[in-house]
Design a protein around this ligand. Structure first.
Ligand SMILES: Cc1ncc(COP(=O)(O)O)c(C=O)c1O
Length: 405
């Protein structure tokens, strides 16, 4: 053991007891190691569990076509690019994927990062200069906020404004206070990661135009999930692909891989390419993950049956939870929050479901507002309708025992 733990810098670590307290109460839900995944099932502590908490929306992370593509790419290019995109870390595969992604979201150009988190960090911080204004929805993902914080840390005087979740009146109120000719970027999730609801993109575009603001759309939970062919929020809103100015997405959800991209006008993407610190100072996306993402794109582009099945499962799951009396907020997608509001009851319900073999994620502040703790449930295209009904019944019955519904 390190004998310098008495140093002031380490004091906060010994004072942090929250996790240990939860562990000893048997109510610690985090970092559970999964030893095997097959379709909708995972194994934890040698026990088979039904997964109702994954972002592997289309089930592609366990598709043999993806594993085969990843293996072939590793054999040809190695297991790492061993450098940043800027230097020795750009492969022909990166550029091929970027070209295909730009086509997929109907934009001129795209740029891949090593994770979705880095995409937001890099693209948002690159776009914000000293004196610029960034306007975010209060429920935007943490990686968006960190992109803003990075801009504030490196450039100073970046003005952050937050508006009430999906509240167009509040958005307009915020914009009205900013001088018309100052630079503004509105950053929103297309589908909100904890609530599963969809941002009113066409209305936000109208307001943005009125106040000379650009729109940056995070489609992490949009691509592969909404729109008839999985092209996300723009497709959902009548194929209006020109609503956002920049679109980002991660590959760690519907695409069953890891990485992310931002797409938009080629001038803007070229600017981000030369300014985004998380792109320049971090090693590029590995060959296996590029190849897997490309295979996912092949699958999604050639056949919308997985997207359709996911949407059907999502409908079944939403209706099931509503019929048990759960507060599911305003979700319209495969993410269905079960709003409980009380941390203890949230953890207890999680624990009881876990013991019954159903895996869901408890979510508390700061990931959601303090009075809005919830169980985040999410379905996949590889669930059967029987599995969805079974999971809803298990969770519903356990929630009744705790007087949650
Ligand atoms: C809305 C949103 N944006 C970005 C990210 C970051 O993506 P990744 O986990 O692939 O880094 C996430 C991940 O949870 C997300 O939910």
């Amino acid at each position: 053991m390190n004998n310098r733990l008495h140093l002031p810098i380490f004091e906060k670590c010994s004072e942090f007891t929250l996790a240990d307290e939860a562990r000893s109460a048997g109510l610690y839900p985090f970092f559970k190691p999964i030893t095997k995944s097959i379709g909708s099932k995972v194994f934890i502590d040698n026990k088979e569990m039904l997964m109702l908490g994954s972002n592997n929306y289309l089930g592609l992370a366990n598709d043999p076509r993806m594993a085969e593509a990843a293996q072939l790419a590793s054999q040809r290019y190695g297991t790492s690019c061993s450098g940043s995109r800027f230097m020795n870390g750009t492969l022909d595969l990166h550029e091929k994927l970027e070209h295909r992604l730009a086509n997929f979201v109907r934009q001129e150009a795209a740029l891949c990062f090593t994770t979705g988190y880095q995409t937001n960090l890099g693209a948002i911080s690159a776009m914000l200069n000293r004196g610029d204004h960034v306007i975010v929805d209060k429920y935007d993902h943490a990686s968006i906020m960190d992109g803003v914080f990075m801009a504030q840390g490196t450039r100073k005087n970046v003005n952050l404004h937050r508006y009430k979740h999906n509240d167009l009146v509040d958005l307009e109120k915020v914009l009205k206070k900013i001088p018309l000719d100052e630079s503004k970027l509105i950053v929103i999730d297309g589908v909100f990661s904890m609530e599963g609801d969809i941002a009113p993109l066409p209305e936000i575009r109208v307001i943005a135009d009125r106040y000379k603001a650009a729109i940056y759309l995070d489609e992490a939970h949009g691509l592969g999930v909404v729109g008839d062919t999985g092209r996300g929020s723009c497709e959902h809103f009548d194929n209006q692909f020109d609503l956002p100015d920049l679109i980002m997405c991660t590959f760690s959800k519907s695409f069953g891989s890891i990485g992310g991209f931002v797409a938009g006008d080629s001038n803007v993407i070229d600017f981000i390419k030369h300014m985004a610190r998380p792109l320049i100072f971090s090693a590029s996306m590995p060959p296996a993950n590029i190849a897997a993402t490309m295979t996912a794109l092949d699958i999604i582009e050639n056949d919308n049956s997985l997207v359709q099945k996911l949407q059907e499962n999502a409908r079944l799951m939403r209706e099931g939870f509503i019929s048990y009396g759960f507060d599911v907020g305003t979700t319209e997608t495969a993410i269905v929050p079960l709003v409980i509001g009380d941390n203890d009851k949230t953890f207890l319900l999680w624990k009881n479901c876990f013991e019954k073999g159903v895996y869901v994620n408890p979510v508390i502040s700061p990931a959601v507002p303090p009075s809005r703790s919830l169980l985040r449930t999410s379905c996949m295209a590889v669930h059967t309708s029987d599995e969805i009904s079974y999971a809803v019944d298990v969770i519903g019955k356990e929630a009744r025992k705790l007087s949650i519904v």
